[in-house]
Structure formats: structure tokens, C-alpha cells
Write a protein that binds this ligand. Structure first.
Ligand code: NAD
Length: 507
């Protein structure tokens, strides 16, 4: 008799109550799921782009029809505010349309022009064939959106998809699987819940790994993939700087940084985690920032949109923020507002720290919490130097009046994306890539054709044009005259100056 999988309790971190249970799937169950997906994938690929787009758009219909219910699930397992949770479904809807509408064009067969007249004897074709089964391993911060970020493009490429959501917030991804089944779509998308061991099994069994999560786990997955020469794409942690130039609109900038740093309780990979402000406006900016942070309402709402800041995803996440604040204070930083965890529930007060420097963990390690440490800098050069002084390179924001100067600063930053006078804009502009530099990742998602071609293997096909000779010039038997003919042609077509001339004596 098969032993049922052990269960994982899913809790709402705002009050600690259990809101659901999911199976902790074994390696054997992962293998079986991958076998099933592998069996159904060829048919899915053969369906073609238009039919696959139709299924994706039916899922989009389902998402729209179930928006409120899905937002309830997101809220229940994350402790987010209604306002923060309510963004996940609309962003997924927008993304579904992007890939349904564009995948066919991005993956259309290409007929490249031969690089040299010698190549004119062939018709050249480049085509894109998907990796059969793509494994998507996701974190807990955007539990519905994180799988959607990567599965829509993978499905549109013609791959089958296995999602392994975080064991902390698996319920939202299970809703996606329910939606896929309810619309009657082909069985090429599954969600398998479980912890680290389930994730390891997924990495071992699939053909391509798309991972979003911490840098430490990303390294472990890259090693596992390296051992089996399996491609992977990694979206990892960040420590995003915000640079405030003296001519910025201070009120708008503070509001943007409050949102960019504290949305989702600061638990976004591209949250603002460090703020560098030009000395001339430092005092005015800090006053404005503190005033706006103090006005935020923190709590546990239902469907009411009553609060701005919700809970952290786990008590452990609160502990990290506490540790970063305590370390900073011990080294001379001052708390201007916030600074403490709540008595009950996984809440941490939105916090502004000043008098910080790069010896403190709050400026070097990812906090992933509602913490805004602020540093005064002399000018944009010091801001750029400090912003780049990080092991991470996910994204950054620049706040300015003169957009040309802002863009110049943006171009000096060693990060995968820079938003000027806005936060998170790159996350919802799918035509540009989202990917981290340095310890923030490898590869990128979105970004037009490259965001879907990564799920494919390229195949080159060369078809002869015109009549075929009995033998190609380089085929056996060896012959000096034919070897010379080839070299002569190369020289004529590729050489420069007198080197293009036919052989001279001694050559
Ligand atoms: P995590 O690395 O602990 O876990 C992420 C997922 O990996 C979970 O599903 C987990 O079960 C699984 N996992 C853990 N070890 C594994 C292993 N050895 N093999 C296979 N799977 C394994 O991350 P987290 O704490 O869930 O998420 C927070 C992190 O995610 C933060 O660092 C954040 O910056 C990052 N993140 C990055 C992006 C991005 O796009 N760059 C987006 C969101 C979150």
C-alpha cells in the first residue's frame, strides 16, 4: 500500500493560524510527475503558438474571474495587506497577454543571410525547440506571481512545466494548478509542493531549471546543474541602492522610496534597501521620509484595504530585520522611527536608520524587510561609488530633476536595471530584461525574445541550394589543387589588401 505523503502546515504569519495543508512530495513523486509531463509535452509543442496562446488566455480569463478569491489565498498565507496582495493577479493577467501575443514572433524560425558568398550554396534555417520539461522553483514573497513570471513563457515555448513553490506559501501556486485543470488544458503543467528535498529532486529530474530565491540556494542549484550540464537561470537576492540627487522633487522622492522600500513589508528582491542622499538636500529628505513612514498604518486586514504595511512572511524573517537593526545601532546608527518587532504576529515596524555605514550588515547583507537605512553623500560620484560597493547587483533607483544627469548616473551603476524617479517599474515592463548582476543572478526573465529563447535549444538546418556536385571540394580523396581552391576562395572573400591575391611562390 502506498504511504501517503507527510503534510506541511501553512500558516498565516499575521496571527500564526494554520490556513491550509499541502503534501511534502517525495523524490519518487517528483520523478513520476516529470515522467507524466515528458509524455504529454510533444503534443503540446506540436499544437503550435496559436493554440497554446488560446490556452494561456483561457487561464487568464480564469484568473480574472477568480481575482478576489485568489487574492484571499495570497493574503491568507503571507499575512500581506489587501493592497499589497491585490497586485499579484493583475500583474499575472498583463504578463499572460504579453507572452500569448508575442511568443510566436519571438520564436519564429529565422532564415539568416550567409556570412560569406561561400555560404550561398545553402539555405540556412535557425529554429527554436523547447527543453521538454522546465522546473520552476519559487520563493514565498509573491506566491502567485512568482510562478507566473516564468511559467507563461515556458509554456508558450512549448515546454511542459513543473512548479515547486516555497513550502512557506504553497497555496497560491496550487490555485494556478487548479485553474489549469478547470479550464481543461492539456496536462503539461503541474505543481508539486514540498520542501528543500522536493526542490532538489525537481532540479535533478527536469531539463532546465528556472530558480528564484536566495543567493545561497542559487549557488547550490547552479552546482547541481553544473554537474549534469543542465542549463539554469537564477533570479537571486538584492541590496538595491536608491540615489537621491539634490535637484529631485523631495516629497515625491520620499514617497517613491517609502513605497519602493516598504511595499510587501520590504520583501521584494528589488526593494530599496540602501539610500544615498546628496548632502544639500539630506536633512530635508530625511525629515520628509520619516514623516511619511510614521503615517503608514500597519496591521492585519481582511478585504478592507485598511492598512499599508502587513506582516513578514515568517517569524524568522522578522529576526533577520531585528538582527540588522541591532547590529547597526551597536555600531553607532540611530533609529528615527520604528525599529522593533511587534508583540504578536510576524510584524516589524517600518524603520528609518541614519548614521549608517558600510561596516554594518544592514548595508551589506540582504535584509528583505521594512528597513530604510540612509547615508549622506557629498555628490553623485560618492553615491555611485557606494552604490556599486556591494556583492549584489539586482537593480537601483535614481531620483533627480535633471533626467539627463539621472540617466548618466544610471549608466554608471553595476546592476541589471535602473528605474529613474520610480520604483519597481522594470518589474512590470516586460519588454526589458529583469536579471541580476554579480551575486544577484545569472540570466534574466522577460526582455523580449531573450526571455523565451532561454527555454529553447537552437537548431540549425542547412539545406542545399541548386545542383549538387558529385563531391564537395573538401571531401576525400585528398588533393592539393582542391585544398588550394578552398584557401584561395577564403582569401578572396575574407582577406584584406594584397593578401586577397592568389598564391604567390612559396605559399
Ligand atoms: P530560498 O532560496 O530559501 O528558497 C526558494 C525556493 O527554493 C523554495 O521553494 C525552497 O524550497 C527551494 N529550495 C531550497 N533549497 C533548495 C535546493 N537545495 N534545491 C532546490 N530547491 C531548493 O528563498 P526564500 O527564502 O524562499 O526567498 C527569499 C529570497 O528570494 C530572497 O533572497 C529574495 O531576494 C529572493 N527573490 C529573488 C527574486 C528575483 O527575481 N531576483 C524575486 C523574489 C525573491
Amino acid at each position: 500500500m502506498a504511504v501517503p505523503a507527510p503534510l506541511i502546515d501553512v500558516r498565516n504569519p499575521a496571527d500564526g493560524l494554520v490556513v491550509g495543508q499541502v503534501a511534502d512530495h517525495s523524490r519518487a513523486e517528483v520523478c513520476e510527475a516529470v515522467r507524466r509531463l515528458r509524455r504529454h509535452q510533444p503534443h503540446w509543442e506540436q499544437l503550435g503558438f496559436a493554440a497554446r496562446a488560446e490556452w494561456l488566455l483561457r487561464l487568464q480569463d480564469w484568473l480574472i474571474d477568480h481575482s478576489a478569491q485568489l487574492t484571499d489565498v495570497v493574503q491568507s498565507e503571507t499575512g500581506k495587506t489587501r493592497f499589497d496582495a491585490a497586485i499579484e493577479v493583475p500583474a499575472a493577467i498583463d504578463l499572460a497577454k504579453y507572452w500569448a501575443g508575442n511568443a510566436g514572433g519571438f520564436l519564429a524560425e529565422e532564415r539568416p543571410t550567409p556570412h560569406s558568398p561561400i555560404g550561398l550554396t545553402k539555405r540556412l534555417i535557425t529554429r527554436y525547440r523547447p527543453y521538454p520539461v522546465i522546473g520552476i522553483v519559487t520563493p514565498w514573497n509573491l506566491p502567485l506571481l512568482n510562478p507566473c513570471f516564468d511559467m507563461f513563457s515556458a509554456l508558450m515555448a512549448g515546454a511542459a512545466v513543473l512548479v515547486k513553490p516555497s513550502e512557506v506559501t504553497p497555496l497560491s501556486a496550487c490555485e494556478l494548478a487548479r485553474g489549469w485543470a478547470e479550464i481543461g488544458a492539456p496536462p503539461v503543467f503541474e505543481v508539486l509542493t514540498g520542501g528543500v528535498e522536493t526542490g532538489r529532486a525537481v532540479v535533478d529530474e527536469v531539463d532546465y531549471v528556472q530558480f528564484t530565491g536566495s543567493t545561497a540556494t542559487g549557488r547550490a542549484i547552479a552546482s547541481a546543474c553544473g554537474a549534469s550540464l543542465k542549463p539554469c537561470s537564477l533570479e537571486l537576492g538584492g541590496k538595491d541602492p536608491a540615489i537621491v540627487l539634490a535637484d529631485a522633487d523631495i516629497d515625491r522622492t520620499a514617497a517613491g522610496i517609502v513605497y519602493g522600500g516598504l511595499f510587501n513589508s520590504g520583501q521584494v528582491c528589488i526593494s530599496v534597501e540602501r539610500v544615498y542622499v546628496e548632502a544639500r538636500v539630506y536633512d530635508r529628505f530625511v525629515d520628509c521620509l520619516v514623516k511619511q513612514v510614521r503615517e503608514l498604518r500597519q496591521g492585519h486586514d481582511g478585504r478592507g484595504f485598511d492598512f499599508d504595511i502587513g506582516a513578514m512572511a515568517t517569524p524568522g524573517q522578522c529576526d533577520i530585520v531585528t538582527r540588522h537593526v541591532e547590529d547597526a545601532v551597536a555600531r553607532g546608527a540611530r533609529i528615527l522611527t520604528g525599529g522593533r518587532p511587534a508583540q504578536s504576529g510576524a510584524f516589524f515596524e517600518p524603520t528609518v536608520l541614519v548614521d549608517v555605514d558600510h561596516s554594518m550588515t544592514c548595508m551589506t547583507e540582504e535584509t528583505f524587510g521594512p528597513l530604510l537605512p540612509v547615508i549622506k553623500v557629498a555628490d553623485e560620484h560618492e553615491a555611485i561609488r557606494l552604490a556599486n560597493d556591494s556583492d549584489y547587483g539586482l537593480s537601483a533607483t535614481v531620483w533627480c530633476g535633471d533626467r539627463q544627469r539621472g540617466e548618466w548616473v544610471a549608466r554608471q551603476l553595476e546592476v541589471g536595471a535602473v528605474n529613474i524617479n520610480d520604483a519597481f517599474a522594470n518589474l512590470v515592463n516586460f519588454a526589458v530584461p529583469m536579471g541580476g548582476w554579480k551575486n544577484s543572478g545569472m540570466g534574466a526573465r522577460f526582455g523580449g525574445a531573450s526571455g523565451i529563447r532561454k527555454y529553447c535549444r537552437q537548431q540549425a538546418i542547412l539545406v542545399p541550394r541548386g545542383p549538387e556536385m558529385k563531391r564537395e571540394p573538401l571531401w576525400y580523396p585528398a588533393s592539393k589543387s582542391r585544398a588550394r581552391l578552398v584557401t584561395t576562395l577564403m582569401r578572396i572573400f575574407d582577406g584584406r589588401g594584397r593578401r586577397r591575391l592568389p598564391f604567390r611562390k612559396g605559399q
